[in-house]
Design a protein. Structure first.
Length: 341
Protein backbone atom coordinates (compact mmCIF):
# COMPACT_ATOMS: atom_id res chain seq x y z
CA UNK A 1 0.00 0.00 0.00
CA UNK A 2 1.47 3.33 -1.01
CA UNK A 3 0.88 6.76 0.44
CA UNK A 4 -1.14 9.10 -1.72
CA UNK A 5 0.70 12.04 -3.24
CA UNK A 6 -0.72 15.02 -1.42
CA UNK A 7 -1.83 17.77 -3.75
CA UNK A 8 -1.92 20.26 -0.91
CA UNK A 9 1.71 19.83 0.14
CA UNK A 10 2.18 23.60 0.27
CA UNK A 11 0.64 23.57 3.72
CA UNK A 12 3.40 24.11 6.24
CA UNK A 13 4.46 21.79 9.03
CA UNK A 14 3.23 24.35 11.52
CA UNK A 15 -0.24 24.08 10.02
CA UNK A 16 -0.30 20.33 10.48
CA UNK A 17 0.65 20.70 14.14
CA UNK A 18 -2.10 23.20 14.82
CA UNK A 19 -5.11 21.80 16.66
CA UNK A 20 -8.07 21.14 14.36
CA UNK A 21 -11.59 21.65 15.67
CA UNK A 22 -14.75 20.19 14.19
CA UNK A 23 -16.74 22.88 12.45
CA UNK A 24 -20.48 22.58 12.10
CA UNK A 25 -21.59 23.20 8.53
CA UNK A 26 -24.95 24.78 7.97
CA UNK A 27 -26.52 23.32 4.87
CA UNK A 28 -28.78 25.40 2.64
CA UNK A 29 -30.53 23.61 -0.18
CA UNK A 30 -32.53 24.83 -3.10
CA UNK A 31 -35.80 22.97 -2.86
CA UNK A 32 -37.10 20.93 -5.75
CA UNK A 33 -40.42 19.24 -6.38
CA UNK A 34 -38.89 16.29 -8.17
CA UNK A 35 -35.89 14.57 -6.66
CA UNK A 36 -35.10 12.89 -9.97
CA UNK A 37 -34.19 16.24 -11.51
CA UNK A 38 -30.75 17.78 -11.45
CA UNK A 39 -30.40 20.17 -8.52
CA UNK A 40 -27.63 22.38 -7.23
CA UNK A 41 -27.03 22.72 -3.49
CA UNK A 42 -25.52 25.94 -2.15
CA UNK A 43 -23.59 24.95 0.95
CA UNK A 44 -20.72 25.70 3.23
CA UNK A 45 -18.77 22.48 2.70
CA UNK A 46 -16.36 20.73 5.06
CA UNK A 47 -13.92 20.03 2.21
CA UNK A 48 -11.15 22.23 3.63
CA UNK A 49 -11.43 20.58 7.02
CA UNK A 50 -11.33 17.08 5.51
CA UNK A 51 -8.25 17.89 3.41
CA UNK A 52 -6.56 19.48 6.41
CA UNK A 53 -7.21 16.38 8.48
CA UNK A 54 -5.83 14.22 5.66
CA UNK A 55 -2.75 16.42 5.58
CA UNK A 56 -2.14 15.83 9.27
CA UNK A 57 -2.43 12.07 8.88
CA UNK A 58 -0.04 12.08 5.93
CA UNK A 59 2.44 14.23 7.83
CA UNK A 60 2.54 11.89 10.83
CA UNK A 61 2.58 8.85 8.57
CA UNK A 62 5.68 10.21 6.82
CA UNK A 63 7.30 11.33 10.09
CA UNK A 64 6.67 8.50 12.57
CA UNK A 65 9.57 9.43 14.89
CA UNK A 66 8.40 12.90 15.90
CA UNK A 67 8.45 13.71 19.60
CA UNK A 68 5.06 15.38 19.29
CA UNK A 69 2.19 12.93 18.83
CA UNK A 70 -0.28 15.59 17.78
CA UNK A 71 -3.86 16.23 18.79
CA UNK A 72 -5.87 13.72 20.85
CA UNK A 73 -9.37 12.55 19.92
CA UNK A 74 -12.07 10.59 21.67
CA UNK A 75 -12.96 7.47 19.70
CA UNK A 76 -16.31 8.78 18.31
CA UNK A 77 -14.66 11.99 17.04
CA UNK A 78 -11.76 10.08 15.49
CA UNK A 79 -14.17 7.69 13.75
CA UNK A 80 -16.18 10.57 12.33
CA UNK A 81 -13.03 12.18 10.94
CA UNK A 82 -11.79 8.94 9.39
CA UNK A 83 -15.16 7.98 7.93
CA UNK A 84 -15.64 11.41 6.36
CA UNK A 85 -12.16 11.25 4.83
CA UNK A 86 -12.69 7.76 3.41
CA UNK A 87 -16.04 8.65 1.87
CA UNK A 88 -14.63 11.88 0.41
CA UNK A 89 -11.52 10.29 -1.09
CA UNK A 90 -12.68 6.90 -2.31
CA UNK A 91 -16.46 6.65 -2.68
CA UNK A 92 -18.74 7.68 -5.53
CA UNK A 93 -22.43 7.83 -4.73
CA UNK A 94 -23.54 8.01 -8.36
CA UNK A 95 -21.90 4.88 -9.80
CA UNK A 96 -24.45 2.43 -11.18
CA UNK A 97 -23.88 -1.16 -10.09
CA UNK A 98 -25.68 -4.32 -11.09
CA UNK A 99 -24.51 -6.09 -7.93
CA UNK A 100 -23.53 -4.84 -4.50
CA UNK A 101 -22.27 -6.48 -1.36
CA UNK A 102 -21.92 -5.12 2.16
CA UNK A 103 -18.65 -6.37 3.64
CA UNK A 104 -17.55 -5.96 7.25
CA UNK A 105 -14.46 -6.61 9.32
CA UNK A 106 -13.05 -5.46 12.66
CA UNK A 107 -9.96 -3.46 13.60
CA UNK A 108 -8.70 -2.25 16.97
CA UNK A 109 -8.29 1.45 17.76
CA UNK A 110 -5.62 1.82 20.46
CA UNK A 111 -6.64 4.28 23.19
CA UNK A 112 -4.60 5.87 25.97
CA UNK A 113 -5.50 6.08 29.65
CA UNK A 114 -7.87 8.97 28.86
CA UNK A 115 -9.68 6.85 26.21
CA UNK A 116 -8.23 9.00 23.44
CA UNK A 117 -6.06 8.42 20.38
CA UNK A 118 -3.39 10.82 19.12
CA UNK A 119 -2.69 11.85 15.54
CA UNK A 120 0.37 9.65 15.12
CA UNK A 121 -1.49 6.46 16.12
CA UNK A 122 -4.56 7.55 14.22
CA UNK A 123 -2.39 7.87 11.12
CA UNK A 124 -1.12 4.34 11.60
CA UNK A 125 -4.67 3.09 12.06
CA UNK A 126 -5.85 4.81 8.88
CA UNK A 127 -3.03 3.76 6.55
CA UNK A 128 -2.03 0.39 7.99
CA UNK A 129 -5.29 -1.01 9.30
CA UNK A 130 -8.44 0.54 7.86
CA UNK A 131 -7.35 1.10 4.26
CA UNK A 132 -5.65 -2.30 4.17
CA UNK A 133 -8.75 -4.01 5.56
CA UNK A 134 -11.00 -2.35 2.97
CA UNK A 135 -8.61 -3.39 0.20
CA UNK A 136 -8.66 -6.97 1.49
CA UNK A 137 -12.47 -7.06 1.57
CA UNK A 138 -12.67 -5.73 -1.97
CA UNK A 139 -10.10 -8.21 -3.26
CA UNK A 140 -12.20 -11.04 -1.82
CA UNK A 141 -15.28 -9.74 -3.64
CA UNK A 142 -15.73 -11.65 -6.89
CA UNK A 143 -16.63 -8.74 -9.17
CA UNK A 144 -15.04 -7.76 -12.47
CA UNK A 145 -15.33 -3.98 -12.04
CA UNK A 146 -15.09 -3.34 -8.31
CA UNK A 147 -15.99 0.06 -6.91
CA UNK A 148 -16.15 1.30 -3.34
CA UNK A 149 -19.52 2.96 -2.83
CA UNK A 150 -19.55 3.73 0.88
CA UNK A 151 -17.59 3.31 4.11
CA UNK A 152 -19.29 3.08 7.50
CA UNK A 153 -17.19 3.02 10.69
CA UNK A 154 -18.76 2.15 14.03
CA UNK A 155 -17.45 1.29 17.49
CA UNK A 156 -19.06 -1.99 18.47
CA UNK A 157 -17.31 -2.66 21.76
CA UNK A 158 -14.29 -2.28 24.01
CA UNK A 159 -11.44 -4.76 24.32
CA UNK A 160 -10.25 -6.10 27.67
CA UNK A 161 -7.41 -3.57 27.75
CA UNK A 162 -9.69 -0.62 27.00
CA UNK A 163 -9.10 -0.22 23.27
CA UNK A 164 -12.01 0.43 20.91
CA UNK A 165 -13.32 -2.37 18.69
CA UNK A 166 -14.19 -0.83 15.32
CA UNK A 167 -16.47 -2.38 12.71
CA UNK A 168 -15.35 -1.36 9.22
CA UNK A 169 -18.26 -1.59 6.79
CA UNK A 170 -17.67 -1.27 3.04
CA UNK A 171 -20.39 -1.30 0.40
CA UNK A 172 -18.74 -2.75 -2.71
CA UNK A 173 -20.36 -2.68 -6.12
CA UNK A 174 -19.81 -4.11 -9.57
CA UNK A 175 -19.93 -1.03 -11.80
CA UNK A 176 -22.33 -1.61 -14.68
CA UNK A 177 -25.32 0.27 -15.96
CA UNK A 178 -28.64 -1.06 -14.70
CA UNK A 179 -31.46 -0.85 -17.22
CA UNK A 180 -34.84 -0.66 -15.54
CA UNK A 181 -37.38 -3.06 -17.02
CA UNK A 182 -41.06 -3.34 -16.24
CA UNK A 183 -41.02 -7.11 -16.11
CA UNK A 184 -41.62 -10.04 -13.81
CA UNK A 185 -38.45 -10.49 -11.75
CA UNK A 186 -37.03 -13.35 -9.70
CA UNK A 187 -37.01 -12.13 -6.09
CA UNK A 188 -33.18 -12.36 -5.71
CA UNK A 189 -30.10 -14.58 -6.01
CA UNK A 190 -29.11 -12.60 -9.15
CA UNK A 191 -31.39 -14.88 -11.17
CA UNK A 192 -32.70 -12.30 -13.66
CA UNK A 193 -36.30 -12.07 -14.77
CA UNK A 194 -38.70 -14.93 -14.26
CA UNK A 195 -37.68 -16.10 -17.72
CA UNK A 196 -33.99 -15.88 -16.71
CA UNK A 197 -33.15 -12.81 -18.79
CA UNK A 198 -30.85 -9.97 -17.68
CA UNK A 199 -28.78 -12.01 -15.25
CA UNK A 200 -27.17 -11.18 -12.82
CA UNK A 201 -29.86 -8.62 -12.04
CA UNK A 202 -32.98 -9.58 -10.09
CA UNK A 203 -35.91 -7.97 -8.29
CA UNK A 204 -33.64 -6.74 -5.49
CA UNK A 205 -31.13 -5.01 -7.79
CA UNK A 206 -33.96 -3.48 -9.80
CA UNK A 207 -35.59 -2.14 -6.63
CA UNK A 208 -32.27 -0.75 -5.42
CA UNK A 209 -31.88 1.11 -8.71
CA UNK A 210 -35.42 2.46 -8.49
CA UNK A 211 -34.99 3.66 -4.91
CA UNK A 212 -31.67 5.30 -5.73
CA UNK A 213 -33.10 7.01 -8.82
CA UNK A 214 -35.94 8.41 -6.72
CA UNK A 215 -33.83 9.47 -3.73
CA UNK A 216 -30.43 10.62 -5.04
CA UNK A 217 -30.50 13.72 -7.27
CA UNK A 218 -28.23 13.99 -10.27
CA UNK A 219 -25.29 16.31 -9.46
CA UNK A 220 -24.31 19.09 -11.87
CA UNK A 221 -22.01 18.09 -14.72
CA UNK A 222 -18.42 17.68 -13.57
CA UNK A 223 -19.40 17.45 -9.91
CA UNK A 224 -20.20 14.71 -7.43
CA UNK A 225 -21.90 14.27 -4.09
CA UNK A 226 -19.97 13.34 -1.01
CA UNK A 227 -21.35 12.56 2.41
CA UNK A 228 -20.34 13.01 6.03
CA UNK A 229 -21.84 11.71 9.26
CA UNK A 230 -23.02 8.47 7.64
CA UNK A 231 -25.51 6.35 9.61
CA UNK A 232 -27.67 3.42 8.57
CA UNK A 233 -30.78 1.46 9.45
CA UNK A 234 -31.86 -2.08 8.63
CA UNK A 235 -35.54 -2.66 7.91
CA UNK A 236 -36.73 -5.91 9.49
CA UNK A 237 -38.78 -7.56 6.71
CA UNK A 238 -41.65 -8.60 8.98
CA UNK A 239 -41.91 -5.41 11.04
CA UNK A 240 -44.82 -3.92 9.08
CA UNK A 241 -47.68 -6.28 8.30
CA UNK A 242 -50.41 -5.55 5.77
CA UNK A 243 -53.21 -7.69 7.14
CA UNK A 244 -54.12 -10.35 9.64
CA UNK A 245 -53.98 -13.35 7.30
CA UNK A 246 -50.81 -14.52 5.61
CA UNK A 247 -50.49 -16.34 2.28
CA UNK A 248 -46.98 -15.38 1.11
CA UNK A 249 -48.42 -12.67 -1.14
CA UNK A 250 -47.90 -9.01 -0.17
CA UNK A 251 -48.03 -9.87 3.51
CA UNK A 252 -45.47 -7.22 4.46
CA UNK A 253 -44.08 -3.95 3.13
CA UNK A 254 -40.78 -5.77 2.57
CA UNK A 255 -40.73 -8.92 0.43
CA UNK A 256 -40.93 -12.03 2.62
CA UNK A 257 -42.23 -15.57 2.16
CA UNK A 258 -42.01 -18.55 4.51
CA UNK A 259 -42.73 -22.28 4.61
CA UNK A 260 -44.76 -22.50 7.80
CA UNK A 261 -48.29 -23.37 8.91
CA UNK A 262 -49.14 -24.90 5.56
CA UNK A 263 -47.54 -22.15 3.48
CA UNK A 264 -45.11 -23.21 0.75
CA UNK A 265 -42.53 -21.44 -1.39
CA UNK A 266 -42.66 -22.28 -5.08
CA UNK A 267 -41.61 -20.46 -8.22
CA UNK A 268 -44.87 -18.51 -7.93
CA UNK A 269 -43.74 -16.94 -4.67
CA UNK A 270 -40.21 -16.37 -5.96
CA UNK A 271 -41.38 -14.58 -9.11
CA UNK A 272 -42.49 -11.00 -8.49
CA UNK A 273 -44.99 -9.68 -11.02
CA UNK A 274 -44.89 -6.13 -12.32
CA UNK A 275 -47.67 -5.28 -9.86
CA UNK A 276 -45.65 -6.67 -6.95
CA UNK A 277 -42.52 -4.82 -8.10
CA UNK A 278 -44.40 -1.51 -8.17
CA UNK A 279 -45.96 -2.32 -4.79
CA UNK A 280 -42.60 -2.92 -3.11
CA UNK A 281 -40.99 0.02 -4.90
CA UNK A 282 -43.44 2.42 -3.29
CA UNK A 283 -42.88 1.05 0.19
CA UNK A 284 -39.09 0.88 -0.17
CA UNK A 285 -39.01 4.54 -1.26
CA UNK A 286 -41.23 5.50 1.66
CA UNK A 287 -38.85 3.79 4.08
CA UNK A 288 -35.99 5.85 2.64
CA UNK A 289 -37.99 9.08 2.82
CA UNK A 290 -38.99 8.38 6.42
CA UNK A 291 -35.40 7.66 7.42
CA UNK A 292 -34.30 10.96 5.86
CA UNK A 293 -36.89 12.71 8.01
CA UNK A 294 -36.10 10.97 11.29
CA UNK A 295 -32.32 11.25 10.84
CA UNK A 296 -32.28 14.80 9.51
CA UNK A 297 -29.87 13.63 6.79
CA UNK A 298 -29.95 12.82 3.08
CA UNK A 299 -30.13 9.49 1.27
CA UNK A 300 -26.67 8.20 0.34
CA UNK A 301 -26.96 4.54 -0.64
CA UNK A 302 -29.12 1.51 -0.05
CA UNK A 303 -28.38 -2.18 -0.12
CA UNK A 304 -31.16 -4.56 -1.15
CA UNK A 305 -30.43 -8.24 -1.58
CA UNK A 306 -32.81 -11.18 -2.02
CA UNK A 307 -31.69 -14.47 -0.49
CA UNK A 308 -32.92 -17.62 1.25
CA UNK A 309 -32.61 -18.49 4.93
CA UNK A 310 -32.97 -21.94 6.43
CA UNK A 311 -33.29 -21.20 10.15
CA UNK A 312 -35.51 -21.49 12.09
CA UNK A 313 -37.51 -22.57 9.01
CA UNK A 314 -37.02 -22.05 5.30
CA UNK A 315 -37.91 -18.53 4.19
CA UNK A 316 -36.87 -16.02 1.54
CA UNK A 317 -36.70 -12.26 1.94
CA UNK A 318 -35.25 -8.93 0.91
CA UNK A 319 -32.64 -7.51 3.26
CA UNK A 320 -32.90 -3.73 3.03
CA UNK A 321 -30.34 -1.37 4.57
CA UNK A 322 -30.52 2.40 4.06
CA UNK A 323 -27.54 4.75 4.47
CA UNK A 324 -27.92 8.50 4.96
CA UNK A 325 -25.53 11.37 5.66
CA UNK A 326 -25.00 15.09 5.30
CA UNK A 327 -24.72 15.74 1.57
CA UNK A 328 -22.25 18.13 -0.05
CA UNK A 329 -21.23 18.99 -3.57
CA UNK A 330 -17.63 18.64 -4.76
CA UNK A 331 -16.62 20.01 -8.17
CA UNK A 332 -12.83 19.86 -7.83
CA UNK A 333 -10.36 17.04 -7.41
CA UNK A 334 -10.98 13.40 -8.15
CA UNK A 335 -11.88 10.09 -6.53
CA UNK A 336 -9.00 7.76 -5.74
CA UNK A 337 -9.20 4.03 -6.43
CA UNK A 338 -8.58 2.53 -3.01
CA UNK A 339 -7.37 -0.72 -4.58
CA UNK A 340 -4.35 1.05 -6.06
CA UNK A 341 -3.83 3.55 -3.24
Amino acid sequence: MKTKKMYFSMLGIGFFLTAFSLNSCKKQETSTSNQNQLIVEQEVTPTTHILGFEGKLAFYHNNPNLKSSGESYLAPVALTELENLLNFNFCDANIECNKTELKTTEVIMPLDELSKIQDIKLSQLYYNEIIDSIQAMMIRTNYTNKKLLLVDLEQTGTSTNGDAIICVGALVGNAQNVVLHNDDWWYGEYYGTCTENYKPEDAATQLKARVTAAMLPIPPSGCRWYFTGVVHTYIIPTQDTLGSTFDNYLDYKIFYAIEENGLVITDTEKCLSQYEMNFYEGHYINYALNYQTTSGKKFYQCWIIGRPYYSPVYHIQHDYTIFVGYRFLECNGYIDDILTY
